[in-house]
Design a binder for this molecule. Structure first.
Ligand code: NAD
Length: 383
């Protein structure tokens, strides 16, 4: 059985779904790997580094899709809705596709995968259970994004992060406020602390307080009713507009005092809540920076323009997209491990074995035999 790795086609995407170091685990399971020439180059993995591991390099993309029974990608289907369209026609009945597929937001793309009768697995749907941790690509990519967000904030700030006592006087440390202390937020806290900033953070899930404090940051206490704010899998639940209004009022003082605000607040399958209004941005000092990691989900800041940098009242608001692709080598290393662990779960004696008794396989499977099979996706897309 052949596993195919096509080159990524999403604009600016530099990651690759499988790195050379990940090939032997796949071969040990009795599978062969073919790679579209150049697929790993942008992540620092030239064709030769795959050839050394026994991967066959193929020039023609079409051939990768024809020969492979399983296709591994970073972004396919709804996660690459324009450039990825051409691949849709290349997929065939029963072929297995594993990739980020944007199952909650791109209904049309999900339907088309079903129509092609592809057996697709969306990396976004990996359940948050201990056994699936090594496949949790959302967490790995959030780790990369959280790290990068701090560097972006530091780079845009006309100040330094650490305290410095010099002959030219004392430099006070930068104040960083992180909204949403999930995987990306916690990584951002750790990174901002490493750079010497004074860090505070807030999350609606009360359990997070201890994690924030253990990283040396201050948890901002707010008189908000957060009982029931945590849903299944450790994710936040959507709160009502009254809650968000109160939260904005209570955050105003901390936001106004901060040099850098990094927002990461998200609710799976929903648009990101607006937690930073234009008024709040106005209250910030000129030169301050907002890094809105929720930009891809519409943004946590009212002023954010996804993919752009906006300067308003001297405050810089960054709305970066696809941040993990800006650190393609390590991001690919992590993704490659996640995706191959899922693949290996599907393989028995060198063949694909779709055991839907297995919670990970059942929950991650998006389409099969012409149907959208994931219950939650069917509900969100009203199918
Ligand atoms: P996410 O990207 O969906 O959301 C980011 C953060 O935003 C979350 O912490 C959420 O609580 C927070 N948020 C939502 N609304 C907010 C608001 N109004 N104000 C402030 N914060 C708000 O989530 P994520 O980072 O992918 O994961 C969240 C949590 O899931 C993790 O911290 C962890 O506890 C859990 N998790 C569990 C596993 C596992 O068990 N295998 C794996 C990964 C994550």
């Amino acid at each position: 059985m052949i596993v195919g790795i096509p080159k990524e086609t999403f604009p600016g995407e530099k990651r690759v779904a499988l790195i050379p170091a990940g090939v032997s685990a796949i071969k040990d399971a009795g599978l062969q790997v073919i790679l579209e020439s150049g697929a790993g180059v942008a992540a620092g993995f030239p064709d030769a580094s795959y050839e050394e591991k026994g991967v066959q390099i193929v020039r023609d993309r079409e051939e990768v899709f024809q020969k492979a029974v399983v296709i591994l990608q970073v972004r396919a289907g709804g996660a690459n809705p324009v450039e990825g369209m051409a691949d849709l026609k290349r997929l065939r009945d029963g072929q297995v596709l594993i990739a980020f597929l944007e199952p909650y937001s791109e209904a049309q793309a999900v339907r088309e995968l079903a129509e092609r009768r592809v057996t697709s697995f969306a990396m976004e749907l990996i359940p948050r259970i201990t056994r699936a941790q090594s496949m949790d690509a959302l967490s790995s990519m959030a780790t990369v994004a959280g790290y990068r967000a701090v560097l972006l904030g530091a780079g845009a700030l006309p100040k330094m992060f650490p305290m410095m006592m010099t002959a030219a006087g004392t430099i006070v440390p930068a104040k960083v406020f992180i909204v949403g202390a999930g995987v990306a937020g916690l990584q951002a806290i750790a990174m901002a602390r490493r750079l010497g900033a004074v860090v505070s953070a807030y999350d609606v899930r009360p359990v997070v307080k201890e994690q924030v404090e253990s990283l040396g940051a201050k948890f901002v206490e707010m008189e908000l009713e957060t009982q029931g704010a945590e849903g299944t899998g450790g994710y936040a639940k959507e709160m009502d507009e009254d809650f968000y209004r109160k939260q904005r009022e209570m955050m105003l003082r901390v936001v106004a005092e901060s040099d850098v605000v990094i927002t990461t607040a998200a609710v799976p399958g929903k648009k990101a809540p607006i937690l930073l209004t234009r008024e709040m941005v106005k209250a910030m000092h000129p030169g301050s920076v907002v890094v809105d990691l929720a930009a891809e989900r519409g943004g946590n800041c009212e002023v954010t323009k996804p993919g752009e940098t906006v300067v308003e009242g001297g405050v810089t608001i960054l709305g970066p997209m696809n941040l993990p692709a800006t650190i393609p080598n390590h991001a690919s290393q992590m993704y490659s491990r996640n995706v191959s662990n899922l693949l290996l779960l599907l393989v028995k004696e060198g063949e694909i074995h779709l055991n839907t008794e297995d919670e990970i396989i059942r929950e991650t499977m998006l389409t099969r035999d012409g149907e959208v099979v994931n219950a939650r996706v069917r509900e969100v897309l009203s199918l």
